[in-house]
Design a protein around this ligand. Structure first.
Ligand code: TYM
Length: 337
């Protein structure tokens, strides 16, 4: 279904979980690609604090992180006047729709989720029901706004597939209620790998310090991390993730930062050695991060201003969410309130 909302412009929705520290992977795989979408779509970007409680974190750290991430959204260039920026827990309908969708999601479907398998293996002492039902809350986030497109990195594809399955199942049983969303991933940068372990994705919460580049890393630190990134003995600059995962990952980072193709990069650095190549990658990453860092400090300092942005965002988000919940209640045969 393409309506589900009577507004004109198609809807975009995405979000980040406030855990760990935002990495260049989050930026290149998601945030950067959100920036231009407001020209074509009604864009909604969330901080998914409810998702983040599925893994333990000290409340004071979470609070700090929530402010930090929202300030970084804005510092990266997300204009609150052109995008709805909000916090998931400020719109209670997320939790309500998640419960409803739990009843339309099969146990076996959730058991197959690779992120659940990974996270439950890493947090064996806390394999809670929230961790298991996490993708259902994510489906609720998306379906609540009638999102047509969901711009994410590669690791969220499976969750998006499940969202589509659940939406289609509900629509089949109750008539067209939800928009079935499409996943949007960038051609380059959808899966940035670790610098020390290029066989696994760079992660904001699980990695050793030197495996990831954080958006707030100072330039010298960025340079040091990239210089120490794992490569190989072959010496060639070629995109071949199977045999040259480290070099291919650095090429992806460079390409996503500069817009240069892999062919151009391979040609430009042919025979120049890894030292020169790594310096170019470091320079490109620093050029991306410096303006973000310059804006960040001022934006982060104004907590009242940030809360104002979030209040306005929640009000706009609630309006759209309310319409969906009315349709869902009606579809389910609930007495109108
Ligand atoms: P999260 O917080 O793990 O990641 C936020 C976004 O960053 C992308 N990403 C990456 N992209 C490229 N390379 C990487 N190494 C990398 N690591 C992370 C993710 O794909 C994501 O787009 N469940 C989601 C948050 C969420 C959400 C939603 C997203 C909750 N509800 C609704 C979209 C729509 C998550 O934990 O993302």
């Amino acid at each position: 279904m393409t309506s589900g909302t009577n507004r004109q412009r198609p809807v975009v929705l995405s979000g980040v979980q406030p855990s760990g520290r935002l990495t260049i992977g989050n930026y290149l795989g998601a945030l950067k690609n959100w920036l231009p979408l407001h020209t074509e779509y009604d864009c909604h970007y969330m901080l998914v604090d409810l998702h983040s409680i599925s893994v333990r974190q000290a409340p004071a750290d979470r609070l700090e992180r929530c402010y930090e991430f929202i300030a970084l959204y804005i510092a990266c260039g997300l204009d609150p006047d052109r995008n709805v920026l909000f916090v998931q827990s400020h719109v209670p309908a997320h939790s309500e729709l998640a419960w409803i969708l739990n009843c339309y999601t099969q146990y076996g479907e959730l058991q197959r989720m690779t992120q659940f398998k990974d996270k439950s293996a890493r947090h064996v002492d806390n394999v809670n029901a929230g961790l298991f039902c996490y993708p259902v809350l994510m489906a609720a986030d998306i379906l609540l706004y009638g999102a047509h497109r969901v711009p994410v990195g590669d690791d969220q594809r499976q969750h998006l597939e499940l969202t589509r399955t659940v939406a289609q199942r509900f629509n089949r049983e109750h008539g067209e209620t939800f928009v079935v969303p499409e996943t949007m991933t960038p051609p380059v940068g959808a899966r940035i790998m670790g610098l020390q372990n290029p066989e696994a994705k760079m992660s904001k919460s699980e990695d050793a310090e030197t495996n990831a580049i954080y958006l707030l890393d100072e330039p010298k630190r960025v340079e040091r991390k990239i210089k120490r990134a794992v490569t190989d003995m072959d010496g060639g600059i070629r995109f071949d993730p199977d045999t040259k995962p480290g070099v291919s990952n650095l090429m992806s980072i460079l390409s996503a930062c500069t817009g240069d193709s892999f062919e151009t990069i391979a040609r430009d650095y042919d025979g120049k050695g890894y030292g020169t190549f790594k310096q170019a990658v470091a320079d490109a990453v620093i050029a991306v991060l410096e303006p973000i860092q310059q804006h960040y400090t001022e934006i982060r300092a104004d907590e009242e201003g940030l809360r104002g942005v979030l209040r306005a965002g929640a009000a706009r988000a609630s309006e759209r969410a309310g319409g969906t919940m009315e349709r869902v209640h009606h579809a389910l045969g609930f007495i109108p309130a």
